[in-house]
Write a protein that binds this ligand. Structure first.
Ligand SMILES: Cc1cc2nc3c(=O)[nH]c(=O)nc-3n(C[C@H](O)[C@H](O)[C@H](O)COP(=O)(O)OP(=O)(O)OC[C@H]3O[C@@H](n4cnc5c(N)ncnc54)[C@H](O)[C@@H]3O)c2cc1C
Ligand code: FES
Length: 244
């Protein structure tokens, strides 16, 4: 897999998350697509051995951005590196289908990341939409200020509605399209709440080894039996495809 060495042009702290911007002119970016990224230095350092997957947060044709939470070694190094290595956009993103009516965008924790570029593309396609964001606490909810008009919920009640991302919503069944990214239990709850009538698309965050379809480390169970790879066939899936 080809990696491009890019300079970090801007780095901004947003509560619990870091927003990092770099120049990207080597091809279009679809909302929901991801990059494999690591701090520059490989192969001399072999640290970390595997690059990590991150959704595109935004892209304006010139600057791409990633929003991430420091969890372990890979993200800690990304948080400090002046230069990083990224792949071209990977995977299948969210499909935008104008004509379905109003859309709901639901993000949980760092799963809010792909909703920024998605909202931008929905605006361009003339699709009206509402944004619902759920976080653990007020510190992680700081990023919500980047999503104008978003409804916020926190699990500890320190910001917005006390509860999950679904708590401020009367019903999801009136939306023509539902787009969501977050931990699997949240995605399963969104799928259930969306019912059968809307186009419901879920972006899964399975751990990835290679990002190019060769390790089978990222598979998800599908309805009817078997597994598919989230780095190639996903990470965005139509809800009815998934077994959970
Ligand atoms: C398609 C896709 C898009 C993603 N987009 C983003 C994004 O935009 N921003 C972001 O911050 N993260 C995103 N992630 C998750 C990100 O890849 C992990 O946080 C990262 O790999 C952690 O690397 P690390 O070396 O810092 O942590 P590690 O040392 O590898 O792990 C540290 C801790 O985090 C846990 N962890 C690692 N990966 C995941 C995961 N995928 N899901 C749940 N827990 C995990 C581990 O179990 C461990 O407890 C995405 C994942 C996928 C598959
Ligand atoms: S991450 Fe290796 S097959 Fe998907």
């Amino acid at each position: 897999m080809k990696f491009y060495k890019v300079k970090v042009e801007e780095r901004e702290e947003l509560g619990s998350y870091t927003l990092l911007r770099y120049r990207w002119s080597d091809g279009p970016v679809e909302p929901g697509q991801f990059v494999m990224a690591r701090a520059a230095g490989y192969p001399e350092t072999l640290d970390p051995f595997l690059a990590r997957p991150f959704s595109f947060y935004d892209y304006d044709g010139e600057m791409a951005s990633l929003l991430f939470e420091v969890r372990g070694r890979g993200t800690a190094l990304l948080d400090l590196a002046p230069t990083i290595e990224v792949t071209a956009p990977l995977g299948k993103g969210f499909r935008i289908e104008p004509g379905l009516g109003r859309a709901a965008l639901l993000g949980g924790g760092i799963g809010v990341a792909p909703l920024k570029i998605l909202g931008r593309r929905l605006d361009a396609a003339g699709v009206p939409h509402d944004v619902f964001l759920g976080f653990a606490d007020a510190k992680s909810a700081v990023v919500a200020r980047e999503f104008q008009g978003a409804e916020v919920a926190t699990m500890d009640g320190s910001e917005g509605t006390h509860g999950t991302v679904l708590d401020p919503i009367d019903t999801l069944e009136d939306y023509g399209a539902v787009y969501s990214c977050g931990p699997n239990p949240m995605l399963a709850a969104v799928k259930l709440a969306a019912g059968e009538n809307s186009l419901c698309q879920l972006s899964v965050e399975e751990r990835m080894g290679c990002g190019n379809g060769s390790c089978n480390g990222c598979v998800v169970p599908v309805r009817g039996g078997g597994y598919i790879r989230s780095c190639i066939e996903g990470p965005v899936f139509r809800a009815e495809v998934l077994a959970w």
